[in-house]
Each structure stands twice: as structure tokens, then as C-alpha cells.
Design a protein around this ligand. Structure first.
Ligand code: 6PG
Length: 246
């Protein structure tokens, strides 16, 4: 595990953009394509903006394939939609073919059916054997103030899922379903990058990186790539309760 502590959010987003550029060009050179699962929420928006502007000419867009690590159970036009955020911040500004973007169809009122549909999309794209998990070149993750990641919230059923790729996860505190890749998929990635910025994340980051609470209380603790890199790109504010001098 690697922890990179940047002084400001701006530096954090630049470091994250550099990591995406590195991973994308390495994957395309090695395998002819780059698969990335995007995180949602607000943090990655600045990264997506950077990728579509400053880093625009450093990326092999036509060989990049976009997925989502999770999605709210809302239509793609909803202000809460992770797809909408990524589309507004990046996808609508770059020459990426619609066929390279694999949105979670979260407009389906049946969340379980939406999860199953996305699971089939992944199985087909990655040409998976029945018990195989997709290996994303890059899994972008954020972390909530409660230590959740993707839509794997503390104490929720999805944390126990060991075989499905995608689940509908009821989150009681939100009184809503979320659609999420499961832990086996997150941990199958070749490289997982957490982006964590801001003082509000400091207590959870301390608990995740240095505490001894169980993983189901801080699901970000459960992210341990089986055969891949784990990089935390954090800023000083988020790192402010770490004792290890980050
Ligand atoms: C989501 C995300 C989620 C996010 C964290 C952090 O759908 O909300 O995928 O896991 O990464 O909640 O969100 P912020 O970046 O908004 O703090």
C-alpha cells in the first residue's frame, strides 16, 4: 500500500490525473486497452475536469473503456447520478465513443434487475468464466466520512457478497438502494486508487489506515487488492489525524 499525501486539493487532483495517465498508457501499451471504473460523489469531479482539459492530449481516449464502481438508484439525468457528474465533467468534453462507456442503468425501478444487467455487461465485456472476476486496470474509489467506499456502507448486506459482481445494496441510513460493484471485484483490480480530500474525512481515514475497528464498520479497510496496487492519494486536511506522519 502506498500513501501519497499532497499539500492541497489541487495538488491531489494533479497527482491523481498523473496516475490515470500513467495507468492508461501502460495498459494500452501492454494490452491495447484501458478499463477504468469511476467513483462517484463530489471529490472526483475536479479530477475528471483535469483529465478532459490539461491531460486531454496525454490520454488514449479511443482505447479507454469507462465503467462505474457504483451508482445511485436514480435516472442518469438526476443531479445525484454519478454518471451525470462524470458526463458533465469529462465524458461530454472528450472524443470517446458511446460504445466505450458502460453506464449502470440505474433508472430501472427494479434495483436488483439493474444490478443483474450490469453484471451481465461486465461478464460479456471481460469474457468472464462463471467464477471469474473482472480485473479493471484502474479502480477509482472515494471514501465517505463513515468509511464507506463505492456503495459498500458500514453494516450493509453487500459487504458479505463473495460471488456476485454487482449488487443492489439497501442503505438504511439513506433510505435508498445503491448499485455497487462488490468487494471481490474491487479487490480484483490491477490498481486501486483512493482519492480522499478534506478535514471531514480525517477521522475515518485514521480509523481505516491506523485503527483496529473491524472492516464492516469501515468498509474502506476491506479494500486489499488480491494481485494489484493500492494507492491512497490524500491531502493534508484528510491526513490531519494520521499519526504516521503523513
Ligand atoms: C458515491 C461514491 C462514494 C463516494 C464517497 C465520497 O456514489 O457517493 O461512489 O463512494 O466516493 O461517498 O464522496 P465525496 O467525494 O462526495 O466525499
Amino acid at each position: 500500500m502506498e500513501i501519497r499525501t499532497l499539500t492541497t486539493p489541487q495538488e491531489l487532483f494533479s497527482a491523481a490525473a498523473e496516475e490515470v495517465v500513467r495507468a492508461a498508457n501502460e495498459a494500452v501499451a501492454a494490452r491495447g486497452r484501458f478499463t477504468i471504473a469511476l467513483s462517484g460523489g463530489s471529490t472526483p469531479k475536479s479530477l475528471f475536469n483535469l483529465l478532459a482539459t490539461n491531460a486531454r492530449n496525454s490520454l488514449p481516449w479511443d482505447r479507454m473503456f469507462f465503467f462505474w464502481g457504483d451508482e445511485r438508484h436514480v435516472p442518469p439525468t438526476d443531479p445525484d447520478s454519478n454518471y451525470r457528474m462524470a458526463d458533465e465533467a469529462m465524458l461530454s468534453k472528450i472524443p470517446v465513443a458511446a460504445g466505450n462507456v458502460f453506464r449502470i442503468a440505474a433508472e430501472n425501478p427494479d434495483a436488483a434487475a439493474a444490478a443483474e444487467a450490469y453484471e451481465q455487461t461486465l461478464r460479456k465485456f471481460f469474457a468472464l468464466e462463471p467464477a471469474q472476476f473482472p480485473r479493471f486496470d484502474l479502480m477509482l474509489l472515494g471514501m465517505g466520512p463513515d468509511g464507506h467506499t463505492a456503495s459498500l456502507f458500514p453494516g450493509t448486506a453487500a459487504l458479505q457478497e463473495k460471488s456476485r459482481l454487482v449488487v443492489a445494496n439497501w442503505v438504511d441510513k439513506l433510505k435508498a438502494s445503491r448499485l455497487s460493484l462488490t468487494l471481490p471485484v474491487l479487490n480484483a483490480a490491477a490498481c486501486v486508487v483512493f482519492l480522499v480530500s478534506g478535514t471531514d474525512k480525517a477521522p475515518a481515514l485514521h480509523a481505516v489506515l491506523e485503527g483496529d475497528a473491524p472492516g464492516d464498520q469501515y468498509p474502506s479497510k476491506l479494500i486489499r487488492p488480491v494481485d494489484g496496487k493500492l494507492i491512497w492519494i490524500i491531502d493534508r486536511a484528510a491526513a490531519s489525524q494520521l499519526t504516521s506522519g503523513n
